[in-house]
Design a protein around this ligand. Structure first.
Ligand code: NAD
Length: 511
C-alpha cells in the first residue's frame, strides 16, 4: 500500500495543501514567481478532492488578472532568452527534465492517482508518456529548418521556422500530467515559453512539471502554472501578449476558446471530445477484438477522449463477442487506485459520476439492455466509502438513435451495436459530428485499409486501439478539433514561417 497523503510540495500560484483535517500545511509557493503573488486571487476558493476517498485534498484560489499578467510577463522574459538559445542547448535542458521525471516517476504517478482517481498502473504509463514526449521533442529541437528556393538570376529565397512567443496551454482533468507535457514539450523545443492552466479539478501535477523544468535549468518563467477555472482561462486567451492557445477539453469550451482567440487572431490547437466507432468484422481474432474493445472503453475509468464507445460487431460474431466482453468486464478489479492490482479506480468527481450513471438510466429508458455494471460501487474499505466508484458497464441492444450512442458519456460505458455489411457500418460509423478516432478489427488487409480510407477520424487504429506513441500525430477531424499533438507535424503548430527574398542582381523597377 502506497502512502495516501502527498508530502507538502512547492506548488504554483493558487494551490494550498490541507493536512489530514486540521488546516493548512504549507502556504502556496508560486512557481513562476515564488512568493510574489500580487494579490490572493479572486477570493473564490474551491476545494480539490481525492476521488478515491471523497476527501478534500487541497484548496484552489483561482488566479486573477494580476497573476495572469505577471505569469505572461515572466514567460515573455524567459522567451527572450530561450528563443535565442540553440536547439542543442534547449534539448540539453529538456533531456535533463526527462531524466528528472524518470527519477520521480513513482512520486508523480502517486500524486496523479491521488488527484485524479486512475489506477497507479495507468498513472505510471502517463508519466512515461510525458517523459517520452519531452525526449522526442528534445531530439527535434535542433532539427528545425527552413527551405531554400532558387530564383532566376541567382537570386533566391529561404524560409525560417521561428517560435511564436508566449503560448498558453489549457488542460482537461483526465490526463493532467501527460497533457501538460504533450503541450509544453513541442512548444519549448520550438523556442516558445508557456503559461499552463490545468483543470481546477486536477491542479496538482502540472506544478510538479513546472518544478522539474526549473530544476533542469530552464530560465525562470519558461513554463508557468496558473490555477483557476474558466475565468482564469479566459483571461489567458484574451491576454494581448499571448501568441497561441493550445486547448484540450470539451467541444463547447473549445468553441469559446476559438472565439476568444479570434479577437487577437491567435492560432489555436483544439483537442476536443469524441464519440468514436470501433468496428469488429466477423473474421477478426476474437481474443484481440475483445482486448481492443476493453482498451477502447475502460482505460482511465472510461474518461478518455479517443475512446471507441460505439462498438459495432458483425452480427455473426455478436453472441460470442458479447459473452467474452461481459465476462472480462465483470472481472475488472475496482477499488483503491493506489493498490497495485486495481485496474479501475474512481471517476474524477461526484458530479461526473452522477452524470455517467444518469446516462446509463437514460439508456435503459430508451431500450438498451444493461449486460453488466452501470451501478454505483461502494468498496468495503471504510476509508474509500466516500469515493466516486462505479461498475464498468456494457450496454446491448443499442441502436444509432439512442443517447448513449450519440453523446459523449466520458465514463466506463460501452455501447454494443450489430451490423451486417461493410458499406452499412461505414455509413453508421461516420454518422456523428465528432471525428477524433476510429478502429477496425479484421484479418482482411484490403478491407482494413479501405475502411480507414473512408472513416472520417483523425486517428485510426487497425487491429488495436488507444495506443498513442509520441512519434505519431494525434488529433481530430470535424468537431473533435484541429491541429495536432505529438509527431513532427506539431512543430508547424508551434512555429511561424518567415520567408526571406534575396536579390543578387539589380532592382528591376517599373518606375
Ligand atoms: P472542459 O471543456 O470543461 O474544461 C477543459 C479546460 O478548459 C479546463 O482547464 C477548464 O478550466 C477550462 N475552461 C473552461 N471554460 C473555459 C473558458 N471559458 N475559457 C478558458 N478556459 C476554460 O473539459 P473537461 O471536463 O476538463 O474535460 C473533458 C473533455 O475533454 C471531454 O469532452 C474530452 O473528450 C475532452 N478531452 C479531449 C482530449 C483530446 O486530446 N482530444 C483529451 C482529453 C480530454
Amino acid at each position: 500500500m502506497l502512502r495516501r497523503l502527498p508530502v507538502a510540495a512547492p506548488l504554483a500560484a493558487g494551490l494550498r495543501w490541507l493536512s489530514t483535517g486540521s488546516g493548512v500545511v504549507t502556504d502556496p509557493l508560486n512557481y513562476w514567481a515564488a512568493q510574489r503573488r500580487p494579490s490572493r486571487g479572486q477570493g473564490n476558493k474551491e476545494n480539490v478532492y481525492e476521488p478515491a476517498t471523497g476527501r478534500v485534498l487541497c484548496c484552489l484560489d483561482p488566479c486573477g488578472a494580476g497573476e495572469v499578467d505577471q505569469a505572461v510577463k515572466a514567460a515573455q522574459s524567459a522567451f527572450s532568452h530561450w528563443s535565442k538559445m540553440s536547439g542543442m542547448e534547449r534539448a540539453r535542458i529538456m533531456i535533463e527534465a526527462a531524466h528528472l521525471i524518470e527519477s520521480r516517476r513513482e512520486e508523480i504517478a502517486e500524486m496523479e492517482v491521488v488527484n485524479n482517481g486512475k489506477s497507479i498502473t495507468e498513472a505510471r504509463l502517463d508519466v512515461d508518456s510525458a517523459r517520452l514526449c519531452i525526449e522526442y521533442y528534445a531530439g527535434l529541437a535542433s532539427t528545425l529548418a527552413g527551405q531554400h528556393v532558387q530564383l532566376p538570376g541567382g537570386s533566391f529565397a529561404y524560409t525560417r521556422r521561428e517560435p511564436l512567443g508566449v503560448c498558453v496551454g489549457i488542460g482537461a482533468w483526465n490526463y493532467p500530467f501527460q497533457i501538460a507535457a504533450w503541450k509544453s514539450a513541442p512548444a519549448l523545443a520550438c523556442g516558445n515559453s508557456m503559461v499552463f492552466k490545468p483543470s481546477p479539478v486536477t491542479p496538482v501535477t502540472a506544478v510538479l512539471l513546472a518544478e522539474i523544468y526549473a530544476k533542469a535549468g530552464a530560465p525562470e518563467g519558461l513554463f508557468n502554472v496558473v490555477q483557476g477555472g474558466q475565468e482564469t482561462g479566459s483571461l489567458l486567451c484574451h491576454h494581448p501578449d499571448v501568441a497561441k492557445v493550445s486547448f484540450t477539453g470539451s467541444v463547447p469550451t473549445g468553441q469559446k476558446i476559438m472565439e476568444m482567440a479570434s479577437k487577437g487572431v491567435k492560432p489555436v490547437t483544439l483537442e476536443l471530445g469524441g464519440k468514436s466507432p470501433l468496428v469488429i468484422f466477423e473474421d477478426s481474432d476474437l481474443e484481440n477484438a475483445v482486448r481492443g474493445a476493453l482498451m477502447a472503453n475502460f482505460l482511465s475509468q472510461g474518461q478518455v477522449c479517443s475512446n471507441g464507445t460505439r462498438v459495432f460487431v458483425q452480427s455473426s460474431m455478436l453472441p460470442e463477442f458479447v459473452q467474452e466482453v461481459v465476462r472480462r468486464t465483470q472481472a475488472i478489479t475496482i477499488g483503491d487506485p493506489l493498490v497495485e492490482d486495481t485496474r479501475m479506480g474512481a471517476l474524477v468527481s461526484q458530479a461526473h459520476l452522477d452524470k455517467v450513471l444518469s446516462f446509463v438510466d437514460q439508456a435503459k429508458k430508451e431500450g438498451a439492455a444493461v449486460l453488466c455494471g452501470g451501478e454505483r460501487f461502494v468498496p468495503s474499505d471504510p476509508k474509500l466509502r466516500g469515493g466516486y466508484y462505479m461498475t464498468p458497464c456494457v450496454l446491448g441492444d443499442c441502436t444509432d438513435e439512442m443517447t448513449c450512442v450519440k453523446e459523449e458519456i466520458f465514463g466506463p460505458v460501452m455501447s454494443v451495436l450489430s451490423f451486417q455489411t461493410e458499406e452499412e457500418v461505414l455509413q453508421r460509423a461516420n454518422n456523428t459530428t465528432m471525428g477524433l478516432a476510429a478502429g477496425v478489427f479484421t484479418r482482411d488487409v484490403r478491407r482494413a485499409h479501405r475502411m480507414v480510407e473512408h472513416l472520417k477520424a483523425g486517428s485510426c487504429f487497425i487491429n488495436n486501439y488507444n495506443i498513442t506513441p509520441v512519434e505519431v500525430p494525434f488529433g481530430g477531424f470535424k468537431m473533435s478539433g484541429f491541429g495536432r499533438e505529438n509527431g513532427q507535424v506539431t512543430v508547424e503548430h508551434y512555429t511561424q514561417l518567415k520567408t526571406v527574398f534575396v536579390e543578387m542582381g539589380d532592382v528591376d523597377s517599373l518606375f
